[in-house]
Design a protein around this ligand. Structure first.
Ligand code: HEM
Length: 466
């Protein structure tokens, strides 16, 4: 009894202490959106946050994209937000994005259905069978692609990686292998994502309308694949995400939900891995010592594997390359491919003495945490050695989010990036051309990271196998 009374007192006290964080809501309607966007386009998007952190602390209030918002650049507060479920926070995206995704998208649904779909997809992505299949496919596509790189050719890493990763993605999601259909889907998907950040106007001819039309065409193709799979499915081992979802015994997962979600799954997946690879190449090009160590580690693996004819490298070989993994980790920290996540409070919430009113958004801004000198020495320097034997599961490192929405594609992203880097550094040297990072609306290289490649074995310019 005494314990309950003291707990209630504590709660009352903390409620009294909790305050709306300091800050400014800016101009009527637009709030501080223009200043946020103008910083976001600059090489230092976090300057918007830095200025306010000095004035109000790591958690402050603002008004962004039409919503009063609490911005968190505090690792613990952000972790709290990520760990909370739909009783406190639900995902929040711009209106054009929610229009395009539809109500049953995994990125938007909450509660049991989200947990079910996330659990099924997450378990499948973790399975050794899928990782083995992705390793075989990725090796094959990377080799095909790199076989055509002749000496002194200018290669745009971003485009090459995008082309390869898209093929892997559609095979892993819907089992698509036909070149024509993959090309069709790619074109429609491009049209579809062009509208993700558009004005929420659905009139014929508008950007959003065209994107919705493209989505319809993709849904038709995916539904026909689902239908075919349902006809031939006799409980066989799932080879792709559609197989996993149609095997689910519950009747919650309708064909509409599955086909919509296959497209929505492509949104976080299609661009992020190619950008990860591209940024890694950029940072490595600027850090010869890291490139040399990465190359040595990968050459050792290649030599270890080469006396075994017909035996390809396994996914575990790639994942066990500790320095390569540290390079990927450091690229994720410095590159901030997803700079933060938005949630909306569905009730009044208190976190670490901060009061978040119902209906307000919370922007958990990982980028400021990843570049905080208190967490990382010389935070703006690419230093993969900082990760040697270091625990990566801390709240100051969250490139894949956390809690029940933790990115299910986390392992696959690392695996695909490792395979690409392995084949690149063991077969080529390169000279990088001038390029710069663009941070908004999504992270990418302005020119697609052009590099002039040279085969290591110059005597053989068209290797049949890399
Ligand atoms: C470098 C690569 C990637 C990064 C940095 C990344 C980052 C993230 C982050 C930060 C979230 C959390 C979003 C939130 O909490 O609202 C997320 C969610 C998600 N990611 Fe990734 N991702 C990557 C690759 C992938 C890949 C390859 C896939 C699929 C093949 C994927 C599928 C998803 C899905 C489905 C979600 C939503 C999960 C849910 O809400 O239940 N991601 N990702």
């Amino acid at each position: 009894m005494a314990a309950i009374i003291s707990q209630t007192r504590k709660l009352r006290k903390s409620h009294k202490r909790a305050r709306l964080p300091g800050g400014s809501l800016g101009w009527p309607l637009v709030g501080e959106t223009f200043e946020f966007v103008s910083c976001a386009y600059s090489p230092r998007p976090e300057s918007f946050m830095d200025k306010r952190r000095l004035l109000y602390g790591k958690v402050f209030r603002s008004h962004l994209f039409g919503c009063p918002t609490i911005v968190s650049t505090d690792a613990e507060v952000s972790r709290w937000v990520l760990q909370s479920d739909a009783r406190s926070f639900v995902p929040s995206y711009p209106k054009s994005l929610t229009e395009l995704m539809g109500k049953s998208s995994i990125l938007l649904i909450n509660g049991n259905l989200q947990r079910r779909v996330h659990g099924l997809i997450g378990a499948f992505f973790k399975s050794s069978d899928l990782k083995a299949q992705i390793t075989r496919d990725m090796q094959c596509y990377v080799q095909q692609s790199m076989n055509s790189w002749s000496n002194e050719r200018l290669i745009h890493i971003q485009d090459e990686a995008k082309h390869i990763v898209f093929q892997i993605l559609v095979k892993g999601l819907i089992g698509l292998q036909s070149v024509t259909e993959t090309e069709f889907l790619k074109q429609q998907f491009r049209e579809f994502i062009a509208g993700l950040m558009s004005l929420p106007v659905k009139l014929p001819g508008s950007r959003l309308y065209r994107s919705l039309q493209a989505k319809k065409k993709m849904v038709t193709l995916i539904k026909s694949i689902i239908l075919e799979k349902r006809k031939n499915n006799c409980g066989r081992t799932p080879l792709d995400v559609v197989d996993v979802l149609i095997n689910d015994a519950s009747d919650q997962l309708t064909d509409d939900l599955i086909s919509d979600n296959m497209i929505d799954l492509m949104i976080p997946a299609e661009d992020s891995v190619p950008v990860l690879v591209t940024l890694a190449v950029k940072y490595l090009s600027e850090c010869p010592l890291a490139l040399q160590q990465l190359e040595e580690e990968n050459m050792q693996l290649k030599e270890r594997a080469s006396p075994l004819p017909g035996e390809d490298l396994q996914w575990t070989d790639y994942m066990s390359l500790s320095f390569t993994q540290d390079v990927i980790t450091e690229t994720l920290r410095l590159g901030n491919i997803i700079s933060g996540i938005m949630r909306k409070a569905v009730r009044d919430v208190e976190i670490k003495g901060h009061f978040i009113p119902k209906g307000w958004c919370v922007f958990a801004y990982f980028r400021s945490v990843h570049l905080d000198e208190n967490h990382y020495d010389e935070a703006y320097k690419f230093n993969p050695w900082r990760w040697k034997d270091k625990d990566k599961s801390t709240c100051s490192f969250t490139p894949f989010g956390g809690g029940q929405r933790l990115c299910p594609g986390l392992d696959l992203s690392r695996l695909e990036a490792s395979i690409f880097l392995h084949h690149l550094v063991t077969n080529f040297t390169w000279v990088a051309e001038e390029d710069q990072i663009v941070n908004f609306p999504t992270v990418r290289m302005k020119r697609g990271m052009p590099i002039r490649v040279r085969r290591k074995d110059c005597s053989d310019q068209t290797l049949s196998s890399l």
